[in-house]
Every structure is written in C-alpha cells, then in structure tokens.
Write a protein that binds this ligand. Structure first.
Ligand SMILES: NC(=O)c1ccc[n+]([C@@H]2O[C@H](COP(=O)([O-])OP(=O)(O)OC[C@H]3O[C@@H](n4cnc5c(N)ncnc54)[C@H](OP(=O)(O)O)[C@@H]3O)[C@@H](O)[C@H]2O)c1
Length: 274
C-alpha cells in the first residue's frame, strides 16, 4: 500500500510532492501518481522518483488519495475511481468547488472525505492550508492529514463554512498580494528605477514585513504606527491609501472572492444531483 496517491500532478500536485519529500513525510517510493499525459508523469517521476500509474491503480493502492485535477475534472475522475474506494481510504479534495456533502455523494459514501485548501507558497514550504473534516472522521485520520499538510507550511483546521473564507484569505490571496507587489514595482519603474532593483526592494520588503508580523504580538494598526511619524513621508502615503479607500477595496475583493466560492459550491451541488 502506498502512503499517498495523487490523481493529477500539475502546479499544486507538484508543490505537495516536493514539500512532503523535503519534509521526509514519506519516501518517493511511498507516493504513487497519475496524470493525463505521460509526458507530465514522466517528468515528475524523473524529478522526484515517485511511482507512476493509472487513476484506477492510484485509488486501489494508496491509503490517502489527493484529487489534484482541475475542478471540472473532479466528477469524471471520482466516477472512474469509485469502484476502488472503501472506508479505509481517505479522499482529499483540494478544490474549493465541492462541499463535503457533494464529495460524499459523488464517491457513493465509500471513502472518508476531507477538504483542504492549500496555496501556491506551498511550493517553497511557506504554504497555508485550511482543512475541514466530516464529523465522523477519526482522530487518527485528522492527525495524519494535518501532519501531512503541515509539511507544506502551516495548517489550520476550520469548520466547513469557514472554508470559503480560507479560500479568500489564503487560497486566492497570493494573487492579491502579487497584484499589490506588481503595482509597487511599476511605481518604482515609473521613477526610472530598473525593474530588477524595484523587484528586489518590493519582494524583500513584503517578505520582511510578513516575518515581522509573524514574530510580534502587535496588531497591524500598531505596526503601521511604528513606520509612520507625524509629518513624515509614510503617513502621507497611508493617508492617500485611506482616502482612496484601500481597506474597503480589499474588503470588497475578499467579499467577491468568497461569493464566488459559495456559487461554485452551489453549482457543483446542483451538477452532482443531476
Ligand atoms: N493553483 C492554485 O493556486 C491552487 C490553490 C489551491 C487549490 N488548487 C486546486 O488544485 C487543483 C489542481 O490545480 P493546479 O493548479 O495544480 O492544476 P494544473 O496545474 O492544471 O494540474 C492539473 C493536473 O491534472 C491532470 N489531469 C487532467 N485530467 C486528468 C485525468 N483525467 N486524470 C488524471 N489526471 C488528470 C493534468 O495532467 P497533465 O499535466 O498530464 O495534463 C495535471 O497534471 C484544482 O482543483 C485547484 O482548484 C489550486
């Protein structure tokens, strides 16, 4: 029996494998994967030494099965593997689109189902994963899944109705932060700075600020005060952001993203009942 199986191994699948192997959660020989094209699975096998097979064999031979395909493939892939599932298997969805109820329905109630929401910084070991379990899930399974995702960074167990917020605040948020960083780099370049220099300044500053926030108990408002001095330059920039409703804009972006997570859950529910 393999410790882990991945059906699909693109961006997120590779980030998971890389993180788990780096953390020595398993050996490469304990991971089995399948992808749509052999070109992709051969590449992953070559890079990490994992075992490559078919979707059916992954489902048959792995104790934990992560569905790392795009949401539009979930239904088809689950249908394909249902015959190989049983109550000892843990089926992990990493897409925001399916509720535990829909996953249970699609898998015919044959496996334990778990929802997890990782993010792209998992690729470099600084991921944030939100996880939610069915209430029947055993303590051992919960621990095993939480330990597995903690190899990719940090992990937070939440009630299922908070998964949409996890989706916004950590799943989608790398793109929000990247947009902010792009705007900062563009602003630097508009003053004639080279893109490389502006990139270095912005990336290191975001990295450093995140480290600082992680190492202090101070609320963000107080951290902002630490950078601002009366009549200084930072306060002028902060005032401009506030006048332009920066915080409200972020709030609205989170609201829109969360709304979309709710819609996707509804759409997949209707679809799975057809
Ligand atoms: N990217 C993110 O930031 C992020 C964050 C959190 C969660 N997620 C979730 O992670 C999942 C995967 O996203 P991704 O960005 O990693 O997608 P991706 O890079 O497009 O990878 C999808 C993988 O699925 C494989 N695949 C497609 N059809 C298949 C089939 N019938 N059987 C087996 N494998 C199949 C593809 O194989 P080939 O390579 O051979 O085509 C590819 O390896 C999605 O459900 C997404 O919602 C993504």
């Amino acid at each position: 029996m393999f410790k882990l199986g991945l059906i699909g191994c693109g961006n997120m699948g590779e980030a998971i494998i890389s993180g788990l192997l780096k953390a020595k959660w398993s050996t490469p020989e304990e991971i089995i994967i399948s992808t749509k094209t052999s070109a992709r699975s051969d590449k992953i096998k070559h890079a990490y030494g994992v075992v490559v097979s078919t979707n059916a064999e992954v489902a048959q031979k792995a104790a934990i099965i992560i569905l790392a395909v795009k949401p539009n493939m979930y239904r088809e892939v689950i249908q394909e593997i249902v015959p190989f599932l049983d109550e000892t298997k843990v089926l992990v969805s990493i897409t925001p689109s399916f509720s535990l109820e829909t996953l249970r329905h699609l898998s015919g109630g044959k496996a334990q189902v778990v929802r997890a929401m990782p993010n792209t910084p998992a690729k470099v070991g600084f991921g944030m994963t939100g996880v939610t379990f069915e209430k029947e899930t055993s303590q051992d399974t919960r621990q095993e899944i939480l330990t597995m995702f903690s190899c990719l960074g940090k992990v937070l167990e939440v009630p299922e109705d908070m998964m949409k917020v996890v989706g916004s605040l950590s799943g989608s948020a790398p793109a929000f932060i990247e947009l902010f960083m792009k705007a900062m780099v563009d602003a630097g370049v508009s003053y004639g700075m080279s893109p490389e220099d502006a990139h270095l300044l912005v990336v290191q500053t975001v990295l450093g600020t995140a480290q600082l926030a992680a190492s202090t108990q101070k609320p963000f408002a107080s951290m902002i005060d630490d950078v601002c001095s009366k009549g200084g330059s930072t306060i002028r920039g902060i005032s401009s952001l506030k006048e332009n409703q920066f915080e409200e804009m972020i709030h609205r972006a989170v609201e829109k993203t969360t709304e979309r997570f709710i819609e996707m859950n509804q759409e997949s529910k209707v679809f799975s009942e057809k």
